[in-house]
Design a protein around this ligand. Structure first.
Ligand SMILES: *Cc1c(COP(=O)(O)O)cnc(C)c1O
Length: 361
């Protein structure tokens, strides 16, 4: 791969971050971009000022949806350093999505180094509040100006940075979730394992129904039998039964979350009977009636851990932990954010420091 070219925005004023960052509203001065063509492979890697994209109306992604993305975060740590959380995992998953959508793979190590370089240049944009971070959105899309249905021959990869605040501005608050049986999100052997725009497009009608029912999100059931719980729109789901913590196994319809994987590891190390398996809706409802479901929580990069205080299904309502934050969810939240923020020792080697001159060649 060629060296990265720098054409960065020359800032004359210091960065001033807004009080209320919210999520995904503000962007840093620069992005990393590289292009792909069938003849050249990936070429022209560059860190350059953020600008609008110009596209031909026939650009393939706009018609046939060849686009994939990732989401991870950079943190300002307790001892004044900058670090990423498991960045290799995100580019490995990007490559898995790419393969399924007939898109080109990237060099994982090169992308991690490019990301570190970009985050270093933009380090003044990393907010320093306790629950703040710099959200990283890598994404790739097909760029051929051609209306025929086939994989694009050309692509662009962009790493976009957005300073974000606490996911729940009122504090770590439990959420209500609607079990969705009107629509499905993905099917096994479809695109469920991929982080791709189409899955989100498919989820919006279900999310609207959830909002109307006073819920923040939807819990999707498997698309074949509507029998097993799968995941929430942007989170994987965990159930603490009285003798076990279980999460739906990766069946092909579920996004393999990195927070999910980290949570499984931590729970095993804490001595929990942690299992990845099929969890039927029937089992969940029956064991709830018997008082055997202690706690439910979601995992994902945006909120890290989200405690679920209520599940709604048809005319039933399952309430957990007296509608308060669950103990296990809170303990996991503290552990994971502690590692990410450098407050708790990273005994797993999950964090990657961002330092000056990480690129040597
Ligand atoms: C991104 C995503 C998740 C969470 O994955 P993390 O790697 O933990 O952020 C869960 N479900 C879906 C559908 C997602 O797109």
């Amino acid at each position: 791969m060629e060296n990265i070219q720098y054409n960065v925005f020359e800032r004359t004023e210091p960065v001033v971050l807004p009080e209320q960052l919210g999520f995904g509203k503000y962007f840093t001065d620069n992005v990393f971009v590289m292009d792909y063509s069938a003849e050249k492979g990936w070429y022209n890697p560059r860190i350059t000022a953020l600008n609008s994209l110009q596209m031909h109306p026939a650009t393939s992604v706009l018609h046939y949806g060849q686009t994939i993305f990732e989401g991870l975060k950079a943190y300002y740590t307790a001892n004044g350093e900058f670090q990423l959380f498991r960045p290799e995992e995100n580019f490995i998953r990007l490559n898995n999505s790419a393969k399924r959508l007939c898109m080109p793979e990237v060099d994982v190590d090169f992308c991690v180094e490019a990301l570190k370089e970009l985050v270093w240049i933009e380090r003044d944009w990393i907010p320093r509040g306790e629950s703040d971070s710099l959200y990283v959105r890598p994404f790739m899309f097909g760029t051929d100006p051609f209306l025929g249905v086939k994989p694009s021959d050309t692509y662009t990869l962009i790493l976009l940075l957005s300073p974000v605040g606490a996911y729940y501005p009122e504090g770590f608050k439990p959420v209500k979730i609607l079990i969705q049986d009107e629509y499905v999100r993905t099917v096994r052997k479809g695109l469920g394992e991929c982080k791709t725009a189409g899955n989100y497009a498919a989820s919006m009608a279900g999310a609207e129904i959830a909002h109307k029912a006073g819920c923040t999100q939807t819990l999707w059931l498997d698309a074949v039998e509507l029998k097993y719980i799968e995941e929430v729109g942007t989170m994987n789901i965990f159930v603490q039964f009285k003798d076990e913590v279980a999460t739906p196994m990766l069946s092909g319809g579920i996004l393999p979350g990195i927070t999910r994987k980290s949570t499984i590891q931590i729970l095993k190390d804490w001595g929990f009977n942690m299992n990845e398996r099929l969890i039927s809706l029937e089992e969940l409802l029956n064991r709830y009636e018997k008082g055997e479901v202690l706690e439910i929580f979601g995992t994902g990069t945006a909120a890290i851990i989200s405690s679920v205080c209520e599940l709604k299904y048809k005319d039933r309502s399952l309430v957990f932990c007296n509608r308060e934050v669950g103990k296990l969810a809170e303990r996991l939240f503290k552990e994971l954010t502690g590692i990410q923020k450098g407050v708790i020792e990273d005994r797993y080697g999950w964090t990657a420091k961002v330092e000056a001159q990480t690129i040597t060649t």
